[in-house]
Structure formats: C-alpha cells, structure tokens
Design a protein around this ligand. Structure first.
Ligand code: C5P
Length: 400
C-alpha cells in the first residue's frame, strides 16, 4: 500500500465541503495511512468531531487546550506529520496561512510544519476567482506547497463554476504519486550549491545596474534537488521568489562580489554546482556616496569587470560536478561549447532568447544540454519539469 504508515495531518476548515472529509479519512486509513485531524472553530459547524475521531481512531483537536486542561502542542503535531493536508481550505484559512495570522491551532500547526503541505481549496466561485484568493494560491505555490485545484461543478450556493473541493479519490491519487516519487532520493547525502537570480551592481545609494533574471529557474532547481534528498545551498541575488524546504538554505546576496564571497564559503564541500545566476559582467568602478545629481546632458560611469564566479570554480575544481548556463541570442551552440571549455564545466544548459517561451520571468523554458561528448534537446516545459530534466541528465553523466 503506497500510503502505509504515512502520517497525514488533516486540517479541516469551515466550509460545506467538510462533509467529504469523512470519506477521505476512511479511504486514507484503508490505504494504511495514520491520520490526525485538526479543525478550525468554524469547521465544527459542518462536521462532527465524534465522527472524525471515530474514523481517524484519534482524538480531534480544535483548540490549544483540551477539556482536561492538556495542551495540544502544535509544534509536536506539526513535526509528527509526513504531510499536512488543508482540506477543505476556505478563503479565510488560506489567507491566514499566507500571511501568518496565527489565531487558531490549525494555523499555529501549519506555521510550525517542515513537511510538505497540500491545499485543497473549496469556496464559492466568485470567492475562488477573486484576485486576493488567486494571489494567495499563487503565493502558496511559491512557498512550495502543492495546491490541489478546486473542481468545476455545482456549488452549495446553487451557482455553478470552479470552487468545489477536489474529490477524495483525486486527493488520494495526488498523495500516492507524491509519496511514490519522493522515494526517489537519488541525491541523498550530496551537497548541491546553486546560484540564482540577477545581481545588482550599485551606482549610488539609489541606483544599480541589474538584469531581468527572475530567479525562477534556480529556485526550481533547488526544489528539485531538495526533493531528491540533496542538501541545497541556494545563493540568490535579489528576487521575489520564495522557498521553504527543510533541505534548502537560502543565502541572499546583492552584487556579484557578494555572490562570489558567499559561493566560496560553500564550494569546497559541494558535490554539484549549478550556476543559474545571471551575474552582471561589469560593476561601477566607484559607488557614489551620495545620489548622483542630473546636472549634465550625459553621464559616464566607468565599469570594471566582475569576477567570473563559475570560471573560478572551474579552475579550482576537485570533486565538484559543474553545471553552467548559457543564455545566447546568436550562434548559440558554438558560444555554449566555448563556455563549457573555458570554464572547465561538466555540462552546460543552453537557452536561446530566440525560443518562444524561454528566458526571463517566464514560467517555461526550452533548453539544450551540451557536454564535451554530445548534446540533448528538450521541448518547451514548465521550469519545474526543466529542473528535473537537468538533474536527470546530470545524474546520468555522474553514473557514466
Ligand atoms: O560567460 P557567461 O556570463 O555567458 O556565462 C554564463 C554562466 O557563467 C552562467 O552559468 C553564470 O551563472 C556564470 N557566471 C558566473 N559569474 C560571472 C558570469 C557568469 O558565475 N561573473
């Protein structure tokens, strides 16, 4: 049974879809899972504690204190779980989760959790469509949570549209797939160092030279490597990307020089390095102490070359498997191969700005991977899938 001995904490919030939780709990238990249920105060109007505690074979908690004055330790509850499922997740609970508004046991437990979090939203269609809900769902994905989208159909309000909580079978399938794929821990015991995002090179206290890199690719790589069991150091330039995974340590930096210094604190211990950052090639020679005033018709800023972080890593390479990125606009393969050699890399990931769907700020990417001995081209995919392709390819090379 795929869910044998998996500890699943189900947090029920106050929506009519809570009636489906009885069936879900029964089926999860049949699959061998251990279930602990928490409820928000509002959830108790929709489903009974007695039913859920009977089905889950455990007491159900909804408050920080139980009737016999025992404290329901939210930290222990969170650390017990292999996975947390927020279902049904109302707009209110979702908003509280995303903004840390910790006014009940469910949210305190969620905030204390280190395990994967699954969210099955359920609400009326206009609430689901509202930009605030959509933004919170997008934020949940940024946090690394797995959102199980609401289904379309008849709603309790009598309206019809998207907002129905996913059916128990769908939720169970997603759990089974998740636990099946997380068995693939091919990078356990490996340290993976990843650079991501742009660098900002200060001109004065207000301005900088930067670029359009969003950091999405590097963050997707960090998540994919962590899911395979690697210990990940993610050195990232300024980005709006967020990540929360027990195997990932984020080291934020601003400039190329900062990135260089941070990277070399970790390089010796790294087994694999993925340099996906768009490092600025040049930085202003002097950083003006005061904001530069617009006096003249033209302004000249002298730029000096930044250290090439990846090239330096290549020159000092011992055990590390080095992966570089090349973003090119012309003669793509030739330039990528030159970089592979000049920087002493084991493989290079090429993306061309000429490809539709690839490049800055996009959620998708189209890559070609080159090594000294060959090349493989991939189709346009979501960056999370591209990250898995890159790691699969790297692991294949390591096994050769
Ligand atoms: O030479 P180019 O900038 O095109 O090389 C791209 C690759 O080198 C990327 O993997 C990038 O992260 C890395 N790089 C670096 N330090 C620099 C410039 C690029 O690590 N100063």
């Amino acid at each position: 049974m795929p869910l044998q001995e998996k500890k699943i904490l189900i947090c029920v919030s106050g929506g009519i879809a809570a009636y489906k939780i009885n069936i879900l709990v029964r089926q999860l238990i049949k699959q061998g899972a251990e279930i602990q249920i928490l409820m928000t105060p509002a959830a108790q109007h929709f489903v009974s504690k007695l039913t859920l505690s009977t089905l889950s074979k455990r007491p159900v908690f909804s408050d920080f204190y139980s009737e016999n004055d025992t404290w329901n330790n939210h930290v222990e509850l969170a650390l017990w779980a292999d996975a947390i499922l927020m279902a049904p997740c109302t707009a209110n609970t979702l908003a509280k989760m995303m903004h840390g508004q910790c006014d009940n046991l469910v949210i305190a437990t969620y905030l204390s959790a280190k395990c994967p979090v699954f969210i099955a939203p359920a609400m009326d269609l206009d609430m689901y469509q509202h930009p605030s809900t959509q933004q919170n769902l997008a934020l949940a994905e940024d946090f690394g949570h797995i959102v199980i989208p609401a289904e379309t159909g008849e709603l309790a309000s009598g309206l019809s549209g998207q907002g129905r909580m996913a059916e128990p079978e769908t939720i169970i399938d997603i759990f089974c797939q998740y636990f099946e794929s997380s068995k693939k821990k091919s990078l356990t015991g490996k340290k993976v160092l990843i650079t991501a995002g742009p660098t900002y090179e200060a001109i004065d206290p207000v301005r900088f030279i930067g670029n359009h890199s969003s950091g999405k690719m590097g963050f997707a790589l960090a998540k994919a490597a962590a899911e395979r069991g690697a210990e990940v150091i993610l050195v990232s330039g300024p980005t709006s990307e967020l990540i929360n995974h027990q195997n990932i340590r984020v080291c934020p930096v601003i400039s190329a020089k900062d990135m260089y210094e941070e990277v070399f604190k970790h390089y010796d211990q790294a087994d694999m390095v993925i340099a996906s950052a768009a490092v600025a090639d040049y930085a202003p020679k002097e950083i003006a102490v005061q904001k530069i005033k617009k006096n003249d018709d033209s302004l000249t800023i002298e730029l000096v070359k930044n250290p090439d972080i990846l090239k330096t890593m290549g020159a000092q390479k011992k055990k590390q498997f080095l992966i570089g990125f090349a973003l090119e606009t012309n003669d793509e393969e030739e330039h990528a191969l030159q970089k592979l050699q000049k920087k002493n890399l084991d493989m290079i990931v090429l993306n061309s700005l000429r490809d539709e769907g690839a490049g800055f700020k996009k959620d998708t990417n189209k890559i070609k991977i080159l090594t000294q001995s060959g090349a493989r081209e991939f189709s346009l995919k979501h960056k999370q899938e591209v990250a898995r392709d890159i790691l699969d390819f790297a692991e294949e090379q390591l096994l050769k």
